[in-house]
Design a protein around this ligand. Sequence first.
Ligand code: C2E
Ligand code: CA
Ligand code: CA
Ligand code: CA
Length: 275
Amino acid sequence: AKLGARGTAVRYSPKMQDALLEKRAIEEELREALVKDELALFYQPIVDSRRGAIVAMEALVRWRHPERGIISPGVFIPVAEQTGLIVEIGAWVLRRACEDAVAWPRHVRVAVNLAPKQFHQADLIDTIATALDDSGLDPDRLELEITESTLISNTDDIQAKLAKIDALGARLSLDDFETGYSSLSYLNRFPVKKVKIDQAFSRQAIESPKTQAIISAISALAKDLNLDLVAEGVETQAQLGFMASKNIFLIQGYLYSKPRPIEELAPLLECWSDA
Ligand code: C2E
Ligand code: CA
Ligand code: CA
Ligand code: CA
């Protein structure tokens, strides 16, 4: 038993115990997975729907587990964030994504997710600069996706790191944006170039008039603030059409493609090339 909030003893329910054991097991195996090279990157295109051209690919990590098959990041990234393993995983992802992207057409950027914990590392900027230098990728082709929880902490240290990333020439995107109209305006305090509106908006775009109003407002404000907007999780032609009606043309979603392993990217890059 451990002490609860009011100093009373709370006992873990069997369910909590299971969850804890499961977390421990994942943590230990994940540590080994890094050593055994079991992590892999899948890529999902972000398409300019006006031209039908790929503008970027987002790197999404997968765990090729020898027994359990491909495990989604939804399962192990939260554990990695809690245990701090995300720092090593994140560094690996950055390095690999830069190496992979060098081989793509020049106009195709690569987008990499940065967890809030990575911003607590003193060597984050070094890690990014080294990944760029070693791979030879033009910094302008690297997009780093951060979340509001990173921005919200808004310490001098975070501000300084964001400024350094900007100075390196890499581009910052705000991922999973969902809090609506007014909070976008604080973005002009940060060197963010692009906002990815949360999947939930795409999902509700057709049915919910309220969601439609929010998307409209975000689109108008993004235009004023000179921010690129991406709609994530677009699965249907109707959702695509709605986004286009709101001047949102950068689209990521199953409608165009699921995330794919690198071996399967060539046909995508051919069919949506810029030429
Ligand atoms: P995210 O960064 O928001 O990535 C987009 C997620 O939405 C991906 O899930 C993608 O497969 C999924 N998705 C894209 N289009 C559609 C669609 O049309 N419909 C539906 N239903 N889903 C769609 P995935 O690959 O499972 O990744 C989940 C999350 O795990 C990511 O969400 C991100 O937060 C995290 N993650 C993945 N790779 C990394 C990484 O390298 N580092 C960090 N820190 N987090 C990562
Ligand atoms: Ca992302
Ligand atoms: Ca997202
Ligand atoms: Ca998300």
